[in-house]
Design a protein around this ligand. Structure first.
Ligand SMILES: [Zn+2]
Length: 394
């Protein structure tokens, strides 16, 4: 038998692992694996190519088979560098009913609660399987969880419902925006600036393309709105631009990093395909008349699909029942729920803590939220034992 630990105690242990995305998450994953093994639960790890990071999947109760619920969380946290913290970010500290530490809200609080309920689950014999999935590298573009989801329905069972415990203050979130992060590289022809007619400016082409990106997203803003998001439309950002060497040299190269965050009705290709088509049709022909080697290439750095709301979602129905909520919410941050949905699961986001605390110095979760998250999981276990039938709709 393992040791019975309450949610706060597990959280204290999880916070002590510095799982900033740039570092290995294996010490945390191995601690979880050993903890679960203490309760007779086998963990399956899905590593990245380097072997330095891993997702963890475990069936906590109800049998190693398809169906049931997967409780999902990301193990990584954002950096604390440059932030002014009152106490050590990797030591859980309580002040006035608030628990401080990096990852308390986003989102080790939910993971800690799920782990603290393992003894109850082991004793409970639920009618459906309850699984746990922990990912890595969520904070750098949801790039860890696809490795895990590739194995779902193959080496790993296929859950029916995914509950992603990102901090929503226990509100039920059935829609989130996607994110697509890109790097565009423009190659022109360098020359002295007096020889404009024999040169191709990469910076001028990049500026035209950026202006077109703004125009395309502006059009989508007007035509594809999704009330409930703040703001209720697709947004974009040009985050970095680098090009040229001197005022009297026509620049040969310009690179800019950009992103857009689509509402569910906007497909990635609605933006990317149109940007590439514009480059090909409007920008490159005149550039290539002067310099055949002119090029505009766009590389996808990271992408996470939006979570698309659905009226007949069993995840939505279950979360509404367990929280007693009478409405759902949409959030503008990207999360892994869209990935889980893409892997054939009905997905919903519902977890303790306030998103306003995420990524902040002195990040905290209140004891009250931790208790609310615990009550949600206790309700889930009771339901799984007594009922366990997933129903569509809300
Ligand atoms: Zn998060």
């Amino acid at each position: 038998m393992g040791e019975r630990l309450d949610g706060r105690t597990v959280l204290e242990k999880l916070i002590a692992f510095d799982t900033t995305s740039a570092r290995s998450n294996l010490p945390l994953i191995e601690w979880v694996r050993d903890y679960l093994a203490g309760w007779g639960i086998e963990s399956r790890l899905v590593h990245d190519a380097s072997g330095e990071k891993a997702n963890l999947f475990a069936t906590l109760a109800g049998g190693d088979r398809d169906g049931g619920i997967v409780l999902s969380g990301h193990s990584d946290v954002v950096p604390v560098a440059g932030q002014d913290w009152t106490s050590d970010p990797f030591t859980l500290v309580e002040r006035d009913g608030l628990l401080f530490g990096r990852g308390t809200a986003d989102m080790k609080g939910f993971i800690a609660l799920a782990l603290s309920r393992v003894p109850d689950l082991v004793a409970a014999e639920p009618k459906i399987p309850i699984h746990l999935a922990l990912s890595f590298d969520e904070e750098v573009g949801c790039i860890g969880v696809p490795h895990l989801l590739e194995q779902i329905g193959r080496a790993l069972p296929q859950p029916a419902v995914a509950i992603i415990g990102e901090p929503t203050s226990m509100r039920v979130v059935d829609a989130h925006k996607g994110i697509c992060a890109l790097r565009t590289t423009v190659t022109g022809l360098e020359a002295h600036s007096s020889r404009q007619h024999k040169s191709v400016s990469a910076v001028v082409a990049a500026a035209a393309l950026i202006s077109e990106i703004g125009r395309i997203v502006g059009e989508l803003r007007a035509t594809k709105r999704h009330e409930g998001f703040d703001p209720p439309y697709t947004t974009f950002n040009i985050g970095r631009i680098d090009g040229g060497t001197a005022v009297n040299i026509v620049p040969r190269r310009c690179v800019f990093d950009w992103e857009f965050r689509p509402v569910p009705a906007v497909a990635f290709d609605d933006v990317l395909g149109r940007v590439e088509a514009y480059a090909e049709a409007a920008l490159l022909p005149p550039m290539r008349e002067i310099f055949p080697g002119a090029a505009i290439t766009t590389e996808v750095l990271a992408q996470a699909p939006p979570l698309v709301p659905s009226d007949d979602s069993p995840a939505f129905a279950l979360a509404m029942r367990l929280t007693g909520a009478n409405r759902t919410h949409a959030v503008s941050f990207a999360a892994e729920a869209g990935h889980f949905q893409g892997a054939g699961m009905s997905a919903v986001i519902c977890g303790p803590g306030d998103i306003a605390q995420a990524h902040q110095p002195d990040e905290f979760i209140s004891m009250e939220q931790l208790d609310a998250g615990g009550a949600f999981l206790d309700g889930l276990i009771r339901w799984a034992v007594e009922d366990g039938r997933l129903k569509p709709g809300g």
